[in-house]
Design a binder for this molecule. Sequence first.
Ligand code: CMP
Length: 140
Amino acid sequence: AIERTLSIIKPDAVAKNVIGQIYSRFENAGLKIIAARMIHLSRAEAEGFYAVHRERPFFKDLVDFMVSGPVIVQALEGENAILKHRDLMGATDPKKAEKGTIRADFADSIDANAVHGSDAAETAKVEISYFFPALNIYSR
Ligand code: CMP
């Protein structure tokens, strides 16, 4: 089925100047960028986005990292987009990510792991609407 997913290019990958290389991987896999923006998240925005992780021991480090520089946020659309995007990213911990994945190629640590992607249809819906009001999505 055609799905949508939320993708974030994190501060480490923006700083490494690999936005275009990551976009090419999305495009080459048949994922269409239907909304995009660059934003330097406030602490409140980062905490709100990752609210499900609020009780996790890594929450503060995660938020500190996500506000350390600008990110690029995009909604991707395509066949089986959620899983396809997760396959392109590779495992959360770049040390465990398969060769040729975005995290294996561009990430340095589990915190500075280059990209985020929605993990399921329900979270994709919530995460896309967190950054993109419906008016700002260009699917056709
Ligand atoms: P992301 O997909 O953006 O979702 C939550 C982030 O928390 C994750 O990527 C990692 O960058 C970060 N994180 C740090 N430690 C852990 C951990 N032990 N398990 C999962 N995520 C972690």
